[in-house]
Structures are given as structure tokens and as C-alpha cells.
Design a protein around this ligand. Structure first.
Ligand code: NCD
Ligand code: ZN
Length: 344
């Protein structure tokens, strides 16, 4: 039987939510990943170190004692994030980055940034302290086609931002397009990107295959096949600017299977296996470990994990439904098979 042993991976983009949802899902991630960059888009958002440390405690309370999981905390950037907040975050050593959501771009982004130029003094302080800015790279303008929002964001927002703050570390999160791959590849080493399993495995046809597929809807939305191939090629290229970030985001089944469904795909249940599947299909298994377990840690200045994990090439069925409080969660590829399995 084919096996693959790699350094334990980290997830550099994860939504854990709070309360009962957090309790239901966090151990899926803890079973696979050593660390995760935890997104701050709670209600209300995590906007300062005190809130982040309290959130971190709530996460750790829900982690099964058998796992040695470390949540890496982030703050939510708003128009009003002060330089004091940045100084305090940097001094704490517990805040690893700030997340920039353009206001209205995605789930719980209503308190996001309305105009990035309003945050310039904050960004200056982050640059000084070496705190990375994590970017949800989509414009929100209604007159911009939803499939073009990432590439338009590069031209209108990201390229000028990189020019104005050449020393600011920026992670272009969950990239979906050839334009994003090219932009990151051609930028300095301060610019990196995370890649999700869904953007490696699916294209926009999968949103409509046999009917509308709400569980394939996330933001940024799935793109055309040529873009999927560009993202897959970037992930499997061995370029250290591209690393693993699932963007796993749980939404209750009834909020997705409804007349106005939420954006978000829950991949944490079998995330590492899904990446292995994508790398295997591309015949690039030799490039997986660096992407999943080295490059992200190196970019964030964290030590690489010591522990190893082993994956076996053996079919597993992804459950159709998982519990989520009083509700249900439909995981990514629900009811389907994944040809790899994590060995416990
Ligand atoms: C994320 C969520 O649900 O919090 N949704 C998504 O579609 N990716 C937010 C985000 O990362 O955009
Ligand atoms: Zn996200």
C-alpha cells in the first residue's frame, strides 16, 4: 500500500467560529494540523489583543487533550484600528497578523475596511513591527463581474498597496486566478499566497453541475478551468511563496440550502487528505510537504514542526453530514470518496 510521511502540516487560513460551533469542529483541524492561523471574523470581530487572547483560551478549552494544537491569533483590521492596537499586538507576541476584509466582501465583513488609504498609519506601524497583512483580495463594486473581482482588486488595490508599502508582509489569501498567481510570483518575497483545496480541485462548472450546488459556494467564488490549473500549478511548483490555507468555514446546512445561501466551504474534516489527492492527481506528491508544512512556517518566521504524520492511499468516504450544535454541517465533498487517509 502506498504511504506518504511528511512533517505535520499547519493551516494558514482557518475559520473556527465560537461557542458550540467551535466545540463541534476544532478537533477536525487539531487531528491534522499542528497550528492554524485563526481568522478574526467573529460577531463582533476580534479587534484587539485582549479579545484575541480570550478567543484563544476558548479555542484551547475545546481542543481534545490528546492533540498538541496551537491556535495562531489574528486581529480584524477596521478603518479605526489604531497604532496603539498594533503596538500592543506586536508586544504580546501572540498576534501573528491582521486580516483585511474589504467591507462587504464576504461573511462577517461589514465592519471591514471601507478604503485602504484610511489605514495607512496602521499599516506603517505593522510594517515597522513586521506584522503581516492578510488580504481578502476582492473588490466589492456591484458593477464588477463577480468572477473578475480578484483580478480587479490586484489592479485597483493590491498593486498600489505593494508599491506604497514595499516592506509590508502581505499574504494574498485563497487565491483563485492566473492573475493572482502571476502577481505573487512577480512580487518581492514579502508577498505570499495561501491556496485552498477547493480552488485546486474544482472549477466554476462545479457550482452548477446537475443543478445549483450551494456547498461549492465560497468567496472568492470558484473560477474557470484555466484559473484552476494556474492555482494548481502554483501550489505544486515548489515555489515557497505558495502555501496551505484551507479557508475552511462552517455554515449550518440551513443557511446554505436556502434562497440566499452563505459563502463558505467546510474542508477541515479531511483537509490534508484533499490536498494530497490534488497533488497526487497532478503527479506532484514530492512537492506536498514543503507546501503543507514548510513554506508557511518559514514565511511567518515560525519553527517548522518536528512531529510527522503518515497518509495511506486507501479510500475513505466523506460523511454526508456532521453535527453542528442544533444544526447540521455538510462538509466539502460530502458523501464522496477521497483516495487518501490520515493514519492515526
Ligand atoms: C468565509 C467565512 O465563512 O467566514 N467564507 C468564505 O466563503 N470563504 C470568509 C472568507 O474567508 O471569505
Ligand atoms: Zn477565510
Amino acid at each position: 500500500m502506498q504511504t506518504l510521511t511528511i512533517t505535520k502540516p499547519d493551516d494558514f487560513h482557518l475559520h473556527l467560529r465560537d461557542g458550540v460551533v467551535l466545540a463541534n469542529i476544532v478537533n477536525h483541524t487539531a487531528a491534522q494540523f499542528a497550528r492554524a492561523i485563526v481568522m478574526p471574523n467573529l460577531k463582533p470581530p476580534v479587534v484587539n489583543t485582549e479579545m484575541a487572547l480570550a478567543y484563544r483560551d476558548r479555542i484551547l478549552q475545546c481542543v481534545d487533550k490528546k492533540y498538541n494544537f496551537e491556535p495562531l491569533m489574528t486581529l480584524y483590521l477596521t478603518d479605526n484600528t489604531s497604532t496603539e492596537v498594533i503596538m500592543e499586538a506586536a508586544e504580546s507576541n501572540m498576534i501573528k497578523a491582521l486580516k483585511y476584509y474589504p467591507a462587504g466582501a464576504t461573511t462577517n465583513s461589514d465592519q471591514g475596511v471601507t478604503d485602504i488609504s484610511k489605514t495607512y498609519s496602521t499599516l506603517e506601524a505593522m510594517m515597522e513591527k513586521g506584522l503581516p497583512l492578510l488580504v481578502h483580495g476582492e473588490v466589492t463594486d456591484n458593477d464588477v463581474d463577480v468572477f473578475d473581482r480578484e483580478s480587479v482588486f490586484i489592479d485597483r488595490v493590491l498593486a498600489p498597496l505593494v508599491r506604497n508599502f514595499p516592506d509590508l508582509k502581505i499574504v494574498f489569501e485563497h487565491i483563485t486566478t492566473r492573475a493572482a498567481v502571476d502577481f505573487v510570483t512577480q512580487s518581492s518575497n514579502n508577498i505570499a499566497a495561501t491556496i485552498t483545496p477547493q480552488h485546486m480541485l474544482l472549477n466554476r462548472n462545479d457550482l452548477f453541475k446537475g443543478g445549483l450546488q450551494p456547498h461549492h459556494y465560497c468567496l472568492p467564488v470558484l473560477k474557470a478551468e484555466a484559473d484552476r490549473l494556474a492555482v494548481l500549478e502554483a501550489a505544486t511548483s515548489g515555489n515557497s511563496k505558495f502555501f496551505l490555507g484551507t479557508d475552511s468555514a462552517p455554515h449550518a446546512r440551513n443557511t446554505k440550502e436556502t434562497s440566499c445561501g452563505c459563502a463558505g466551504i467546510y474542508s477541515a474534516y479531511a483537509a490534508i487528505e484533499m490536498y494530497v489527492e490534488a497533488f497526487d492527481a497532478a503527479d506532484k506528491l514530492d512537492k506536498l510537504e514543503a507546501f503543507s508544512s514548510h513554506y508557511g512556517a518559514d514565511y511567518y518566521g515560525l519553527p517548522r514542526n518536528q512531529e510527522m504524520i503518515t497518509l495511506i492511499k486507501q479510500d475513505q468516504t466523506i460523511p454526508a453530514i456532521l453535527p453542528l450544535g442544533d444544526n447540521e454541517l455538510v462538509p466539502f465533498l460530502a458523501g464522496g470518496t477521497c483516495s487518501w487517509q490520515l493514519k492515526n
